[in-house]
Design a protein. Structure first.
Length: 264
């Protein structure tokens, strides 16, 4: 089962190429710090700027380093059903355990189109598609989906800031941006909720809350990559255009949040 703290991994770049050594070290650190699964090639991983070869390379590298210790959930969604099927099959061939398929955001299909899109991908996919990553912030949906789909339907928050309430309503984890920077705290936070230690979870949330906000004070993942340079000196902060490095005010917010969390 997929659950817990699941970082939506940034993709390290150096000289406009995927920095494979940095990626390998990053994945190893994430697993050592307690992350319960890994998502390469999501939005936070700048997937929109990866070509097809790079997309496969990043997934293959994460799978190889993970060595089955945690599930690898590959981001394979596009605005095209056919392209999404192709990427999902490729991820399966590379050893990914599941796929994360984004709602087509450019062509904006109707509800019937969405149903047809996801049905076609699921029927063509050799691996499961994650049940739902809910980034709407509408907590009432969690209970409604649980009652409609059953207790075994996997619901993952897509918002760090609402992860505490999301799990209380029936969620089982979070596909997290903050876990890139604070994997141990995010893992401990999710573990506390799984064990029913809600007071402990609330205290950990208090440490993490400013970080959740700070990582979105500029275009993501700019603040996250800057934060990683602070907690892992030497981590490459390079982004690909049209993204640029975080602003000075964003960096100040990140520094303050890292200090609050006890990470620097």
């Amino acid at each position: 089962m997929i659950f817990g703290s699941i970082p939506a991994l940034v993709t390290p770049f150096s000289g406009n190429c995927v920095a494979e050594d940095s990626l390998r070290e990053f994945v190893e650190w994430q697993i050592a710090e307690g992350s319960n699964a890994l998502v390469p090639c999501g939005t936070t991983g700048e997937v929109a700027t990866l070509d097809a070869d790079e997309h496969r390379h990043v997934i293959a590298t994460v799978v190889e380093v993970a060595k089955g210790r945690v599930p690898v959930i590959a981001g394979t969604g596009t605005n095209s059903t056919a392209a999404s099927i192709e990427r999902t099959r490729a991820a399966a061939d590379l050893g990914a355990d599941a796929a994360l398929v984004v709602v087509p955001y450019y062509n904006k299909p109707s509800q019937a189109g969405l149903a047809a899109h996801f049905t076609a991908i699921a029927e063509a996919s050799p691996i499961p598609i994650v049940a739902v990553k809910d980034a709407t912030g509408s907590l009432g949906r969690v209970s409604a989906q649980r009652l409609k789909c059953g207790e075994d339907f996997i619901q993952l928050s897509g918002n760090d800031e609402s992860a505490l309430a999301f799990n209380a309503m029936g969620g089982v984890g979070c596909i997290s941006v903050s876990a890139n920077v604070a994997p141990r705290l995010c893992s401990d936070f999710q573990k506390a909720m799984r064990e029913g230690r809600w007071d402990d979870a609330a205290k950990l949330e208090g440490r993490l809350a400013p970080l959740h906000a700070a990582l979105f004070t500029d275009a993501s993942p700019g603040p996250t990559k800057y934060a990683l340079t602070r907690v892992r000196p030497g981590f490459p902060a390079e982004l690909r255009l049209p993204l640029v490095e975080a602003s000075d005010s964003s960096k100040r917010a990140v520094d303050a949040a890292l200090e609050h969390a006890g990470l620097i």
